[in-house]
Design a protein. Sequence first.
Length: 135
Amino acid sequence: MKFLSAKTVIRTKDFEASKAFYMEVLQLELYESYDDGDGSCGIILRIGDENSTALLEISEIKDFHEYHQKAFDKKFASNKAGLQIRTDDVHFWADRLKAMKWSVRGPVLRPWGSHYLYLRDPDGLQIIIYQEKSN
């Protein structure tokens, strides 16, 4: 058997701020939403198009839920994990985010020829929007 797909899950401290960031600022498409009624809710977003889709789940687990962990209540304090999203126009995203007064660094030309735009989501998770080297 082979794996069919992957989904990244982000447990957020401030669900509404994260939902607004990923859906309104980054314009990711809502794929599915859920609310189990006992302290867990979330959205699943699509990154990409029909030819190359990744799924990103933004999840809130309240402190009274059986799966809650204290780490869910904190801002992301490490660069050990991050999210990288490939685009075909990194300068569009730089202009858009700067116009929205979102803190960004770049685009930075990396030694291998790709351009990286560095930012953080409302929980402090590092996000890199990148454009691969042009041929």
